[in-house]
Design a protein around this ligand. Structure first.
Ligand SMILES: Nc1ncnc2c1ncn2[C@@H]1O[C@H](COP(=O)(O)OP(=O)(O)OP(=O)(O)O)[C@@H](O)[C@H]1O
Length: 479
């Protein structure tokens, strides 16, 4: 499977596992009424689906909230030009782009010294005359938002008091994040105005919007462009569809986006961005972006080469916990991440570890995204030494200083098969973080031993047995 699709698969599998475990808890509560349970289970399944969808957007928002820097990527950028005979421009500095001075000032005030990898190629294409259409895929944190914000700001003519740029985001919260970037980058461009087309933002009937840039969610933007006529779509010069992969995971967004796109003039610049590029995203992208240039930056692969992997044989959850305590008793663990299969186990384990005197942080799906971001931030700052989590919450989060990862439960998909991709993602390191690491897997049944064996076979890497009752042996693994 290609990296991008596995990243997505992991997401979906974990979300499904989390939702299933959730479902399980809810079902327990409604057990007494057998007839009712059937009906309620359906309702719960729908709820689980909802949660799964919400999770993509939440994950994306979380990544934005905790990130303060560009994500490094050593891969080559692939560029597919619409006209293969035209020269391929790439810029190494923002000056080369001949931006309006107040925009260049805004870019430098944000601390950007030079374009990111993806921006080197995307910016000249987006700012070309005549403007070009673009489909761009690169992992979260590589500078896509900053790139299209710059493209929108460059095209605005402030004297024209009507919307000229339209940007679609999957959720209200994500739209706000993009709005913040526009405000920062447009700091020295005070005449430039921004409006949010999101539910709850009510305008008077018959009103026309005078702001230059509108960011919003597809449903509201569609209403504003068609039924309510707050925006004249024929005057839009730049159309941005951000987070296309998150967008299409939400029912209705795809159709609404296509309907909006059809109202725009033929010469409107269309730009689409996505962190992943599975087939469904690609099909959607082709529907909304005619004659595109395509830019792709593959996600950096993770490897197990620098990781020492062990497993511990236990009989039950309490023995797993004891093994964990023995590990902590024998070696110095600066910071560790511990993965559990369900929220319930994660909460239990966090409580038990706290009782033992550990400074524990718990990352759980029930928390608001902002709360999760705060927990991760504290852990990154070293305020807590142990982070207990389920995979849904932790996917995509790099905590560089963590050198010990414990799989309190082995990762399995919803059919109970080994989830190799999640295993790799939990304990693997990219080239950047090629530091040594330690992974300890807790095995508590024949079934989980079987899972472990299949993981070993899959990666063709031996996972050694560790006896956590033998302190000398534990000490050896730390060296
Ligand atoms: N050229 C640059 N130089 C330095 N920092 C940059 C540059 N471009 C963007 N950044 C910073 O890098 C971080 C990630 O950028 P950005 O949000 O644009 O990435 P993204 O690919 O859009 O991520 P996501 O997919 O999560 O939206 C932000 O903190 C941003 O301010």
């Amino acid at each position: 499977m290609a990296t991008d699709s596995w990243a997505l698969a992991v997401d979906e599998q974990e979300a499904a596992a989390e939702s299933l475990s959730n479902l399980h808890l809810k079902e327990e509560k409604i057990k007494p009424d057998a007839n009712g349970a059937v009906v309620k289970t359906n309702a719960n399944t729908e709820k689980a689906d909802e949660e799964e969808k919400e999770d993509r957007a939440a994950q994306s928002l979380l990544n934005k909230l905790i990130r303060s820097n560009l994500v490094d990527n050593t891969n080559q950028v692939e560029v597919l030009q619409r006209d293969p005979n035209s020269p391929l421009y790439s810029v190494k500095s923002f000056e080369e782009l001949r931006l309006k001075p107040q925009l260049l000032q805004g870019v430098y005030a944000m601390g950007f010294n030079r374009p990111s990898k993806i921006q080197e190629n995307a910016l000249p294409l987006m700012l070309a005359e005549p403007p070009q259409n673009l489909i761009a895929q690169s992992q979260s944190g590589t500078g896509k938002t900053a790139a299209f914000v710059l493209a929108m700001l460059s095209q605005v003519e402030p004297a024209n008091r009507y919307p000229q740029c339209l940007c679609l985001s999957p959720t209200y919260e994500l739209a706000l994040q993009t709005g913040k970037v526009i405000e920062q980058m447009g700091k020295f461009y005070p005449e430039l105005k921004l409006a949010y087309a999101v539910r709850g933002n009510k305008l008077e009937r018959g009103q026309k919007i005078s702001e230059h840039i509108v960011i919003g969610t597809p449903g509201t933007v569609l209403d504003w462009c068609s039924k309510l006529k707050f925006i004249d779509p024929k005057k839009i010069k730049v159309f941005v569809l951000d987070e296309a992969d998150v967008m299409i995971a939400t029912q209705g967004h795809q159709d609404q986006s296509i309907r909006i796109q059809r109202m725009l003039p033929k010469d409107c610049q269309m730009l689409l961005f996505s962190a992943t590029f599975e087939d469904s995203v690609w099909k959607f992208a082709q529907k909304v972006v005619p004659d595109p240039n395509i830019i792709k930056l593959k996600r950096e692969e993770e490897t197990l080469d620098t990781i020492k992997q062990y497993y511990v044989l236990c009989n039950n959850r309490d023995e797993k916990f004891q093994a964990l305590c023995n590990l902590y008793g024998a070696i110095t663990i600066a910071q560790a991440m511990i993965f559990c299969h369900t929220r319930k186990t994660a909460s239990w384990l966090a409580a038990e570890l706290s009782k033992e005197g550990h400074q524990v942080a718990l990352l759980s799906g029930e928390m608001m995204v902002e709360q999760r971001a705060a927990v991760i931030e504290r852990f990154r700052e070293g305020k807590e030494k142990v982070l207990v989590t389920t995979n849904v919450c932790a996917r995509g989060i790099d905590v560089e200083q963590v050198s010990v990862v414990i799989n309190f439960d082995l990762p399995v998909d919803k059919d109970g098969n080994p989830d190799n991709e999640t295993y790799l993602h939990r304990i693997g390191r990219t080239g950047r973080f090629g530091k040594r690491g330690l992974a300890v897997n807790m095995v508590d049944s024949k079934h989980s031993m079987n899972i472990l064996n299949r993981i070993q076979e899959h990666f063709n890497k031996k996972i050694e047995r560790l006896d956590t009752d033998d302190l000398d042996e534990i000490e050896k693994i730390a060296n």
